[in-house]
Design a binder for this molecule. Structure first.
Ligand code: S3P
Length: 445
């Protein structure tokens, strides 16, 4: 598995179209696989995670064909038409793929076994199984609801009204997807709004959905057995991938980078709002809508940032962005406090631990909280620790965060494993080097 070294970059300049949104890509394949007729997808993220979902949908009977770069054609089986897979479904590194798929499997009369890589096999699946059990599906899993797990689904589930105990778009989506092949109205109540890509795409494919506010959150009701029809889906660029290039441009003095076609759903844009509050120069242009999702180009200029307290209630809209925000905070003046993000502990790695450990090894003052981090900014170029190898723990976002760190550091930064970057941002190293970064790959002995 390759490691990588990121050396200080003189300045970053140019334009970049970031890869397609991971969340929307998974959902487009799943809904295309359930719809009647042909779905065409443009801009699909062809990262390892999404390719696993494409393979799983094919194993369940959908026809999935790659017709060009990021272009896919899916012919679906109709709601309720998925067939039993012949073999174990391996979702690799992808929590989204696994949890959303549980909703589909649970709501069909079939038996299936799900597994994943060492990182995914450590992550909690009970949160998705619990509501599906209430609907009538049966599961057997390893201790703590870990993969591998077996599901015995049913075409005869009962609709539920389910209040999410954690703010999780994945659990919400698993229940809504199960509700498609369930008679009556399936309702999810989320205490805080989470990304609503499932809601946008379900409507786009013809499902009937009612969304109302409830307290600080939302109540989402789906009418079962809709006639889903194949559609054209154009996937926006992933804001969670744009985040790495954006912070790199902010931190390397004198940079100017334009990121094209970035999805800026208000339930995903928390990092950009936070960076602007920290003093980042980020301009939006070419604002438009794709299937109801706001999209824009972002032009980012190198900026001196200042530390802030990130509002904890913002966490769901930037949950994947805390590692790279912590790197931005390390270069800011003053202290940045991030709280309300305990979910980070059950992502591809324990991201609070990995970020705190990596920053501390490099000489940044950082405090680990149960639900976040406090980073004392250096106010300028970042310290480096020659000879130290930063541990990424099979986590693509930890790897990319510390490679960005190296671009703005006083010396080179080495990370132990960059293969997992392909799960969400294939071509990251080449894309960053194209803007002026100096990242070099090397095989680990
Ligand atoms: C995702 C939801 C988030 C996020 C993940 C993708 C999705 O997870 O961290 O990368 O596509 O629904 P949770 O919903 O579990 O917080």
């Amino acid at each position: 598995m390759p490691k990588a070294i990121s050396r200080p970059a003189p300045r970053l300049a140019g334009g970049l179209a970031v890869p397609g949104d991971k969340s929307i890509s998974h959902r487009a394949l799943m809904l295309g696989g359930l719809a009647v007729g042909e779905t065409t997808i443009e801009g699909l993220l062809e990262g390892e995670d999404v390719l696993r979902t494409a393979r799983a949908m094919a194993a369940l009977g959908a026809q999935t064909t790659r017709t060009g770069d990021g272009r896919w054609r899916v012919v679906g089986v109709g709601v309720g038409g998925l067939r039993e897979p012949e073999d174990v479904l391996d979702l690799g590194n992808s929590g989204t793929g696994a949890r959303l798929l549980l909703g589909l499997l649970a709501s069909h009369p079939l038996f299936a076994v799900l597994t994943g890589d060492a990182s995914l096999r450590r992550r909690p699946m009970e949160r998705a199984m619990a509501p599906l059990r209430l609907m009538g599906a049966r599961f057997l899993s390893r201790e703590g609801g870990r993969l591998p797990l077996a599901v015995t689904g049913s075409g005869d589930l009962v609709p539920v009204e389910y209040r999410l105990p954690v703010a999780s778009a994945q659990v919400k989506s698993a229940v809504l997807l199960a509700g498609l092949n369930t008679g009556g109205e399936t309702t999810v109540i989320e205490p805080e709004p989470t990304r609503d890509h499932s809601e946008h795409l379900l409507r786009h494919f013809g499902a009937e959905l009612r969304v109302a506010s409830e307290g600080n959150g939302r109540r989402i009701s789906l009418t079962g057995w809709p006639e889903l029809r194949g559609q054209r889906v154009v996937v926006p660029g992933d804001p969670s991938s744009a985040a790495f290039a954006a912070v790199a441009a902010l931190l390397v003095p004198g940079s100017q980078v334009t990121l094209h076609n970035v999805g800026l759903n208000p339930l995903r844009d928390g990092l950009f709002r936070t960076l602007v509050e920290m003093g980042a120069k980020i301009r939006r242009s070419q604002e438009r809508l794709l299937q109801g999702e706001p999209v824009a180009d972002l032009t980012i200029d190198g900026s001196q940032l200042r530390g802030i307290e990130v509002p904890p209630e913002r966490a769901p809209s930037m949950i994947d962005e805390y590692p790279i925000l912590a790197v931005a905070a390390a270069a800011a003046t003053g202290r940045t406090t991030m709280r309300g993000a305990a979910e980070l502990r059950v992502k591809e790695s324990d991201r609070i631990r990995q970020v705190a450990q990596g920053l501390a090894q490099l000489g940044v003052e950082v405090e680990e909280l149960p639900d976040g981090l406090v980073v004392r900014g250096t106010g300028g170029s970042l310290p480096a620790a020659p000879g130290r190898l930063i541990e990424t723990a099979m986590d693509h976002r930890i790897a990319m965060s510390f490679l960005v760190y190296g671009m703005a550091a006083r010396g080179a930064v080495a990370v132990d494993e960059v293969g997992f970057i392909d799960t969400s941002f294939p071509g990251f190293v080449a894309a960053m080097n194209g803007l002026g970064a100096r990242i070099e790959l090397a095989e680990t002995a």
